[in-house]
Structures are given as structure tokens and as C-alpha cells.
Design a protein around this ligand. Structure first.
Ligand code: GN1
Ligand code: MG
Length: 375
């Protein structure tokens, strides 16, 4: 944390009171996040979320922030019209003193400020099944709320973000380049991924063949990207909107399963603890279909298990690529963390392969129940 840079940034905002504290918070792998606490002139405190965006990952900050500003104000208006909670139902940007959506420091860092969502929590691990159900509803709802958003106005903040085929190409290049001499030590992991390369292209091909529609999706549907009401546990607000882009609805489902239906942390070293929990899988499917409000096509519903598997495989491949490249993309807190992350993802993939029939059965059950509820 560079105090001087942060002070420089804080001066560009009118927080409506004096800044008391600014402390690191959050557990994302990409941006840097801080909580800013101010004293209100009449007494009491007000909090804000300050973020330094990762410029190596997001090369077009202008485009990214245009997306974030437009999507958040769109959600704000929708909530306003529907009598929803505009303060806690969406992220809200605090403009700079000059009215801009973001600002820079003299070192070239790019920053933004959101209002802090009070009385809310986000989880790094599912504590009870209802949390996961609420998360599913929130992500499904998010997609439904954005169903009519003009997709053509969105900038592609990371090109080919969930193009699994392109992710494998990049992986293969990293294996060949072997920039850090790490490839020899991870041959089993490389072989695991490569054995699934062709299958990994299934959803990309289905989209190209017109079998899966492009929709406005979130694309980073980790459990900790949803805020839950601290008292009621209800899903409040979807956060981390940097990758909102046209994408596949099933990938939003799959990425949630990869992270939230795992019985262990993403970087767990003891792989015997890592499994995909079928009960959680089914609960999430139920919430997601409900949240999407019956908008998913039959092809999409049928592709849900495949998306869970491929989002997990893709993420494992991304972690392994980054390990081979020397940990330049995902923030690490210890040596080998990206390799551990890759290993948990591959263990989950293997577990899903074992549970494949049961996963499909679960989706059939949930879809049938959703259909009869609609009637
Ligand atoms: C990153 O920023 P965070 O931690 O929510 C990554 C996701 C990965 C995830 C893996 C922009 O998400 O794609 O699935 O780590 N975000 C970006 O935990 O690459
Ligand atoms: Mg996040």
C-alpha cells in the first residue's frame, strides 16, 4: 500500500467529510481494494470502497470504466423504477470532484471509488447451502436485469475472456516457452489439461454454431462477487463488474460451481479435501434458473454440467499458464500458489467426470421442477 499515492487519489474526491482511515480489504486476485472511512460533519461515519485497477490485466481503462458507469447507472434506474434498493442493490460510483468516473495518480495508477454497501458480507467459502442459493438467485437476476441492455455498446474489456480454445492456445505457448523452467516439474498437470483440449472447445463451438446465444453476462461469478445481507442472508448486490460483456449464460453458472461448490479453498494444498459437492451443485442450479426467470433455452439448460466442467478446466489452465509464465497475472501470497490453484481445479474436473451422470440427473430434476412451477 503506497500511502502517498493513496492520499493523492483521496484528494481528488469529495467524500462529504474528513477521511479517518483507509485500510486494505477484499480477497480478489486482480485489483487492489481499500475501505475508506470518513467522518460526516454531523457525526457518524460513512464508508467507501477505493480500488486501484490492474492496468496490466485491463488495458483499456477508459472502455472498462465506461462499461462500469453505464451498467451501474442502468441498474440504478431499473431498481428505482421497480421500487428496489438503489443504495444496496447495485454498486454506485462516486464521481471525482471534476465529475469523472475514475482518476489517476502521478505514478499512472488508475483508481475509482464506489459507495460502500453497508450491512452486507461476502463469503470466500459457502457456509450454509442457503448462501449458495442466494448467490445463484443474485447472479441469475443480474443477468435478467441486463437482458435488454444494449450489448453492442459494451467494450470487450478482456478479449476472448472465456474463449476456452484461445486459453488453451496461450497455455500451449507458455508450455513451449517455459519462461521460468517450471514445465518439467508439472508434466502430469500439463498432460491432464492437454487430454481434454478438444472437449474444452465444446461450448465455444456451440456458440459459433448458433446453438448457444450471446447474452450480457458477468463472467466472473465467484461466490465472493455477491454481497449478502448480513442479517437476513438474502442476496443483495452483484459486484466486480469489470468483465460484464457479451458472453454465455452457462459460463456464469459454471464459474460459480467451480468456486462455490468446491468443498475446499481454491488454493488448498491437500487435494483429498477437494471435491465438487453435488448437493451444492443442484441448489445453485435451482437458484440460477429461478433468477434467470425462465429465460434459458433448452440447449443452455442441457449445457450447464458441461459449463461447470469447462469453466473449472479453463480456470485451471489459466492458473497453470500463469505459474509457467512466472505468476504475472494472478496475485500470489506464497510460492507455488498458482500451481496449487491449478491442481484444485483439475481435481474438481476429475471429480465432476466421476459424478457426470448425477450432475445431468440433477439438472433434469431442477429444470423439470422449474417448468412445472412456471405452469
Ligand atoms: C479473478 O478478481 P477476481 O479474484 O474476482 C479473475 C477470474 C478468475 C478468478 C479466479 C479479471 O477474479 O477470471 O476466475 O480470479 N478475474 C480476471 O479466482 O481475470
Ligand atoms: Mg472479485
Amino acid at each position: 500500500m503506497n500511502r502517498q499515492q493513496i492520499d493523492e487519489v483521496l484528494r481528488q474526491y469529495d467524500f462529504g467529510g474528513q477521511v479517518l482511515r483507509c485500510e486494505p480489504c477484499g480477497s480478489g486476485h486482480i485489483n487492489e481494494t481499500y475501505c475508506v472511512t470518513c467522518i460526516k460533519p454531523g457525526g457518524g461515519e460513512k464508508r467507501f470502497l477505493l480500488q486501484r485497477m490492474n492496468r496490466a490485466v485491463f488495458q483499456d481503462i477508459d472502455g472498462l470504466m465506461e462499461n462500469v458507469a453505464n451498467v451501474t447507472s442502468y441498474l440504478h434506474r431499473r431498481l428505482e423504477r421497480g421500487g428496489g434498493d438503489t443504495e444496496r442493490g447495485t454498486m454506485n460510483l462516486l464521481p471525482t470532484r471534476t465529475g469523472a468516473a475514475w482518476c489517476t495518480d502521478t505514478g499512472g495508477g488508475c483508481w475509482r471509488v464506489f459507495l460502500y454497501i453497508e450491512g452486507a458480507i461476502c463469503l470466500d467459502r459457502v457456509e450454509k447451502p442457503e448462501d449458495f442459493y442466494e448467490t445463484a438467485l443474485a447472479f441469475g437476476n443480474f443477468q435478467r436485469l441486463l437482458a435488454e441492455y444494449p450489448a453492442e455498446t459494451l467494450h470487450e474489456t478482456i478479449p476472448n475472456f472465456h474463449n476456452t480454445a484461445a486459453r488453451f492456445d496461450a497455455f500451449e505457448r507458455s508450455v513451449k516457452a517455459d519462461a521460468c523452467g517450471r514445465a518439467a516439474g508439472v508434466q502430469p498437470e500439463i498432460a491432464f489439461a492437454m487430454a481434454r483440449r478438444e472437449e474444452a472447445e465444446t461450448l465455444v463451438r456451440m456458440q459459433q454454431d448458433g446453438l448457444l446465444p450471446l447474452r450480457v453476462t458477468h463472467n466472473d461469478t465467484k461466490l465472493n462477487n455477491v454481497m449478502l445481507d448480513a442479517e437476513t442472508g438474502r442476496g443483495l448486490c452483484v459486484v466486480d463488474l469489470d468483465t460484464v460483456m457479451p458472453g454465455l449464460a452457462v459460463n456464469d453458472f459454471g464459474d460459480s460451481i467451480r468456486f462455490g461448490a468446491s468443498t475446499a479453498d481454491e488454493d488448498e494444498c491437500d487435494l483429498s479435501k477437494v471435491e465438487m459437492d453435488l448437493g451444492l451443485f443442484e441448489i445453485f442450479a435451482k437458484g440460477f434458473l429461478e433468477g434467470c426467470g425462465g429465460s434459458l433455452t433448452e440447449n443452455e439448460i442441457r449445457a450447464l454440467p458441461m459449463a461447470a466442467k469447462l469453466m473449472t478446466l479453463e480456470c485451471g489452465v489459466r492458473f497453470l499458464t500463469d505459474y509457467l509464465d512466472g505468476d504475472r497475472y494472478f496475485r500470489i501470497h506464497r510460492e507455488g500458489q498458482n500451481l496449487d490453484r491449478a491442481r484444485t481445479q483439475f481435481k474438481l474436473v476429475a471429480d465432476m467426470e466421476k459424478k457426470w451422470d448425477a450432475m445431468q440427473e440433477a439438472i433434469r430434476r431442477v429444470a423439470a421442477a422449474a417448468q412445472s412451477a412456471e405452469k
